[in-house]
Design a protein. Structure first.
Length: 315
């Protein structure tokens, strides 16, 4: 072993510093202005005839600390996972119990005659058919996850409660309005549901409100350019929202419009404050996490690399 020369300690230290220098530079690099980059190269993209119909990507360096945040699945979204599973289970139980006729919202006779105000909140729990359940699961997965990651679980929990309460109040207002307008209409099969203030069962309004928050709070992750038409990942939320709103026209559209109004009321800023600033207290959050955490489970996060990575961002 005498023929092997041992490197001085100073050389090893310099080599190690040089090795980690690019990572520190990548982590401290200023963020790239995507809007300015898109405006700069947009005329070039549209003028290039050979690239018509093709997608153009820009490789952006990200730090190792940001690479772990780009995860899939239900990581950091326990409430969305609980809501998705609960909607599926309640729909299954409703079908097994043959209670589909009792779940939709009806002003007459549930509210007007029997004074069952709780029915305005219960009808959000389950759908009445499998196609609406499938679309609802897609919306929970694509819109609910992103909104919960943008707001945080504590603020997201308050958002669900506020959106549900506002939509229930809108449902009561819809039923009261139809009770005054419907008696003047001729009685027929087409106006029977309108006279009873009918709204379809399921969280149609809440999911539509989450879609509005998704468009307001989260930027597009990727985009595909077909000539002058640009398609982003928001189409994965837009298509299920439109299909769910048109599942039982026109009453499902009314429920969706009430959800849109609830979302804008949630984001509105008034002299008295805003609903979007509210969040669940830490003590209640810890108690719920200890109680429902084992039932919901957790998603294992991917290991974070120790070097700078590159991801592809559409421009």
């Amino acid at each position: 072993m005498a023929g092997l020369a041992r490197a001085p300690r100073g050389c090893m230290g310099v080599a190690r510093k040089r090795r980690w220098l690019p990572q520190r530079e990548a982590a401290s690099a200023p963020p790239l202005d995507l809007a300015a980059t898109r405006r700069a190269i947009s005329p070039v993209i549209r003028g290039a005839q050979p690239l018509a119909g093709a997608a153009l990507y820009l490789h952006l360096p990200v730090a190792a600390s940001d690479a772990g945040a780009m995860v899939a699945g239900f990581a950091h979204t326990p409430l969305t996972k609980l809501a998705l599973v609960s909607t599926a289970l309640f729909t299954l139980c409703e079908s097994l119990a043959n209670a589909k006729a009792f779940l939709p919202f009806q002003w007459d006779p549930h509210i007007r005659e029997y004074h069952q105000l709780w029915q305005a909140c219960v009808y959000h729990l389950a759908f009445t058919n499998s196609s609406e359940l499938f679309l609802g699961i897609l919306m929970w997965h694509h819109a609910g996850r992103q909104v919960e990651r943008a707001l945080g679980s504590r603020k997201y929990a308050v958002a669900l409660v506020v959106l549900g309460a506002l939509h229930s109040l809108g449902s009561l207002a819809w039923g009261a309005a139809t009770s005054y307008v419907a008696p003047s209409l001729p009685t027929s099969m087409a106006t029977q549901r309108l006279q009873s203030g009918y709204l379809p069962a399921g969280p149609i309004g809440i999911l539509t409100a989450l879609s509005v928050l998704y468009f307001a709070y989260t930027p597009p992750l990727w985009s595909i350019l077909f000539g002058d038409w640009e398609c982003t990942d928001r189409i994965l939320v837009m298509i299920p929202t439109v299909l769910l709103a048109s599942s039982q026209p026109p009453y499902s559209m009314v429920s969706a419009l009430l959800g849109v109004a609830a979302a804008y009321l949630y984001m509105a800023r008034t002299p008295f404050g805003s609903f979007s600033a509210l969040q669940m207290p830490q003590s209640i959050s810890v108690h719920i996490q200890r109680t429902l955490g084992p039932l919901v489970g957790s998603t294992r996060l991917p290991a974070r690399p120790s070097h700078a990575q590159y991801h592809r961002q559409a421009i």
